[in-house]
Design a protein around this ligand. Sequence first.
Ligand code: MG
Length: 301
Amino acid sequence: MDRKDFIRTGLAGAAALALDPLSAFASPLEAPKPRASKTRLHLSFQSGKAIGDSYAEKFDYMESLGVEGFEPGGKELLNNFDEITKALEGRNIKVSAICAGFDGFILAEDPAVKKTFDTTMRRLIEAAGAVGSTGVIMVPAFNSQKPCRPHTMETRDFLCEQMHELGEFALSKGTTVILEPLNRKEAFYLRLVGDAAAICRDSKSEGVKCMGDFWHMQEETDDYAALMAAGPYLRHVHVASRGRRINPGEDGNLDNYVNGFRALKEMNYPYFVSFECGTAGDKAVTTPAAVKLLRSQWQQA
Ligand code: MG
């Protein structure tokens, strides 16, 4: 290429950028073609997503859709431990994660509230270990939980120390604790997957992990970058439609998970993508359609 060609090419590129100022940024973050990957998509349902009156009926329904993970709430697990473990026997369904269920919160200023958290969280961790769960999901503090330790360096140090202790306890029970970033309307303290991963790293315990939730990840600038940033700390993923937090696909073109799925495929993510959402329609129709959509987008990623 001589100098004249170089200038011409450069001008053409500049003209293209002037027409579409985002084109230079969009290209590396989109998935132009599917990646060759042997990593499978392991889907999971929270309890309310599966159709059926009993756990046996719910698990039959999940198996009919090829859903391999079950995510009960923590209190639900404790209250129905025997029934759940019996209904899971001999099935191709594992407990994917335990969704919270503790009382109190870890950043409580009131020592009694913090103590309640410590006691109830450890009870959940023991139950999670007993059912082979990947971990117990927790949020450091919801906006509504007060009085809360202030958003300072000292609080972050305190959180890392406390998470270290919880993580080591979880490891001793064969499971983990999983930090979930939420959006700013629910929990200003922890909003970004990469920030949760940094807290995992600084907690210095293999028992401290984090997750991404495609609904809350409206906080992120890019799904792919957010999930890649979590790397080895990523232990669980929640999925919902991206406009109204209902079944994937019910919000039409908004419900694009391809970039996030591409990150999961590239990191050989072996854990679950779990539905945490309702529906605006008939769940007997919208739920199987959502499963189909996610499988199709996984193929595209
Ligand atoms: Mg969630």
